[in-house]
Design a protein. Sequence first.
Length: 89
Amino acid sequence: MFLGKVVGTVWATRKDEELVGMKLQIVKHVGLDYKTKETFVVAVDTVQAGVGDVVLVCSGSSARQTALTKNKPVDAVIMAVIDKLDIAD
């Protein structure tokens, strides 16, 4: 899992039928200081995140464990919108 920030949406009118109805978001990795990094993923949004939201992203085979993505060709999924981080020094 990693923290990310939704920076955009992917629009694809033609796609695999297993992905029909799924919202695809562009998510940049972020550090604990909320600063975005250059790396990004395209993730299926299961929690109705919006552009600007800091989110928790799961990738790999675990991304196919949600009700929406079960047995679908998905490698990254947004599974939570982060409200706050409490970090101890």
